[in-house]
Design a protein around this ligand. Structure first.
Ligand code: GCB
Length: 672
């Protein structure tokens, strides 16, 4: 084996392992049932929010506990009814459905996967508690093989609690008020320091699926190298984990002596590479690379990775083979001190910040809205977005793979604005969430970078050790992608960006800074970005910029909150972005306007029915600024990877030497 590839394998084997959840898929060895639909629902609005546990609502059908209403799953429950108490409810919300489990499933393992539920969840099947999960926005699953009634009806109960505390991610605080001051008995409020509505409920599909007892339990694959001569090969590394229920039960070491075959097929179903074993690498000759929109005439080319796993044959018993298929893309990512490159070519982000946010369904997954948003992204000419400020549904990641939309994948560490948030309990949970996000999304070619937080208080001395730990943890899970967090601290005050690969900055020049002062926008913005570059010497993305624009508001000369003002502000930003892009030594690698569409927020004096910085209204009607962005993005897309000035600085390989930085007040490094 060539030494280079031996090194790759060692790197992969040394990668810290977290158990990933494979997206539920049918195959010859797997069945699936989607439990989406109309569920029963009830909130526990007792004064202490604990009546449901005292009365054990999971023991009987939910209607036995009191009045239940219909609730769609997936959906946020907040905007479904006409009742403001449900919209603003904080505490345990109870969901229930029934389903039939075929008798034919009896010989398999059965798994229950919840795409996401916000925030803490407890799951019971036929009154038996099957498990708990903390954190919205990411899937969790339980083995329910021994809890199902086969050939019969089953009752599934899920309780979801949206309370946020200083150590949840995102964090929040609960404030209690006194009856003596005229508040109702037990009155409390939930506060949080992030700018989107804390939608709650079962947000993504709930699925039951089966696997053989010996199953493919996790896969990690990425393209490590594309050889100089593109006709030769893309080298794809893979690592497959299999789990045998027998071994799990007996405590024996799994993966020993099993047969694992890994095959890559092209889009026509022709096998282009295959191998055996748990870990290895595959050469794909004459590879069709995965390219984002604007960088190739063929965008988002996907192969299929097929994994077959079976136990060694045992006498007369027929071999049980598990088969799992997954789309993959062949492409590399590198970062040097000025550029992020896809397949060796500099990539410039022409993007947007987004939200999973729609009217009526809140953060509930809805194919109509998802497909509509992708059509709008294509119409805009956007080549990228950030999953601000939490991981989006995996179906969205799959569409990005197919449509060639580049993703910066962000975890839900948003609103960490107080020292109370920088404690070991949060750090442990932060690592857990990063682990869940990376293990879910690391096989998606569209994901090019991990963002571990948005606008944390990174001027706090303890933020240095905290973020070094989290960023290094993300790297230890995935050696193939750069990491960042999104920073709004001043370049002189921030202590955490020394540890990122790309500096991501949010700056609202002409809005939060110098509001209404359009004439100073260019000078101030250029000054600020240059200062950041002098401070860190890393590639920079302008991750958030923009202004509130209420659809239909106009004025001339423009004033804040009109569409005209946002257009004026955009043109001034474009002048600076273009100057930086055309620099002899460009380091600006992207512009991501905030936001794709208007979105809902908590009520407050600075929001008028939500945040109005969208290019589209919440119902996806374009505002004037959408046409202006479209003109620019369509034009620049044509130039991506071809005309940027990138020849003056010696190109360096991506190295990670962080030892030169002093870590102040480092946290103890915690093992999970
Ligand atoms: C920001 C935040 C984003 C807000 C935005 C705004 O810096 O990252 O969550 O929505 O500003 O519009 O204020």
């Amino acid at each position: 084996m060539e030494q280079k590839f031996l090194f790759l394998l060692i790197q992969l084997i040394c990668t810290r392992h977290v158990v990933g959840l494979l997206f539920p898929r049918e195959s010859e060895s797997r069945d699936m049932k989607d439990l989406s639909g109309r569920w029963k629902f009830r909130v526990d609005d007792s004064t202490d929010r604990n009546q449901s546990f005292r009365e054990q609502w999971w023991e009987k059908p939910l209607h036995a506990s009191g009045h239940v209403i219909d609730m769609p799953v997936p959906a946020s429950y907040n905007d479904i009814t006409q009742d403001s108490k449900i919209r603003d409810f904080v505490g345990w919300a109870w969901y229930e459905t029934t389903f039939f489990a075929p008798a034919s499933w009896k010989s398999s393992l059965a798994w229950l996967q919840v795409g996401s539920a916000h925030y803490n969840s407890i799951v019971w099947l036929n009154s038996i508690r099957v498990g708990d999960h903390s954190g919205g926005h990411l899937p969790f699953e339980f083995n329910v093989t021994n809890k199902l009634n086969y050939g019969a009806t089953n009752r599934l109960t899920i309780a979801v609690n949206n309370t946020l505390t200083p150590t949840t991610l995102p964090p929040g605080t609960v404030n209690h008020y006194s009856k003596d001051q005229g508040y109702p008995d037990g009155y409390f409020t939930q506060k949080y320091d992030f700018d989107f509505f804390n939608y709650a409920g079962i947000h993504r599909p709930v699925k039951l699926y089966t696997t053989p007892h010996l199953r493919v339990s996790d896969i990690f694959t990425y393209t490590q190298t594309i050889t100089q001569d593109p006709s030769v090969a893309a080298v794809n590394v893979f690592q497959v984990n299999i789990t045998d229920a027998k071994d799990v039960a007996s405590g024996a070491k799994s993966n020993a002596g099993y047969n694992i075959t890994v095959v890559i097929k092209d889009a026509e179903g022709v096998t282009v590479a295959n191998g055996t074993g748990q870990t290895g690498y595959l050469y794909v000759y004459f590879p069709k690379l995965w390219w984002p929109v604007g960088m190739s005439s063929e965008v988002g080319y996907l192969y299929t990775l097929e994994v077959y796993a079976s136990a060694p044959s045992n006498g007369n018993a027929p071999a049980q083979i598990d088969v799992y298929r997954m789309p993959i893309g062949l492409r590399t990512i590198e970062v040097d001190e000025t550029q992020l490159k896809i397949n060796g070519k500099p990539f410039y982000f022409l993007g947007v910040g987004k939200h999973e946010d729609w009217d009526v369904r809140g953060k509930g997954f809805d194919w109509s809205m998802v497909v509509k948003d992708f059509n709008l992204l294509a119409w805009l000419g956007a080549n990228s977005f950030r999953t601000s400020h939490y991981p989006y549904s995996e179906e969205i990641m799959q569409m990005c793979d197919e449509r060639g939309i580049v993703v910066i994948d962000e975890c839900p560490a948003v609103g960490m604005r107080s020292a109370d948030n920088f404690v070991n309990e949060t750090l442990l949970h932060h690592q857990q969430v990063v682990g869940e996000m990376v293990s879910r999304d690391r096989n998606h070619p569209s994901v090019v970078m991990w963002s571990v937080a948005n606008e944390p208080l990174s001027s706090l001395p303890q933020a240095a050790g905290y973020f070094k730990t989290v960023l290094d943890y993300a790297r230890s899970l995935d050696p193939s992608r750069p990491v960042t967090f999104v920073c709004n601290a001043h370049y002189d005050k921030d202590v955490a960006t020394p540890y990122v690969d790309v500096v991501s900055i949010n700056k609202y020049e002409g809005w939060y800074d110098d509001p209404g002062q359009l004439d100073v926008v260019e000078g101030r913005l250029k000054f600020y970005i240059d200062k950041w570059h002098q401070t860190r010497s890393k590639p920079i993305i302008h991750m958030e910029w923009g202004a509130g624009a209420i659809a239909g508001f106009h004025d001339n000369p423009s004033v804040m909150f009109t569409e005209d003002y946002l257009v004026d502000l955009m043109n001034r930003h474009f002048a600076v972005f273009d100057e930086l892009r055309n620099d002899t030594d460009p380091f600006l690698i992207g512009e991501m306007i905030w936001n794709f569409a208007d979105f809902n927020t908590a009520q407050g004096t600075n929001r008028v029915q939500g945040n109005k910085k969208g290019l589209f209204t919440r119902n996806r009607a374009p505002k004037w600024p959408a046409y202006v962005i479209r003109e620019r993005y369509k034009e620049l897309q044509k130039q991506n990877g071809t005309t940027r000035n990138r020849n003056s600085r010696r190109e360096k390989h991506w190295e990670r030497n962080y030892d030169v930085f002093q870590v102040q007040d480092a946290f103890e490094v915690l093992e999970l």
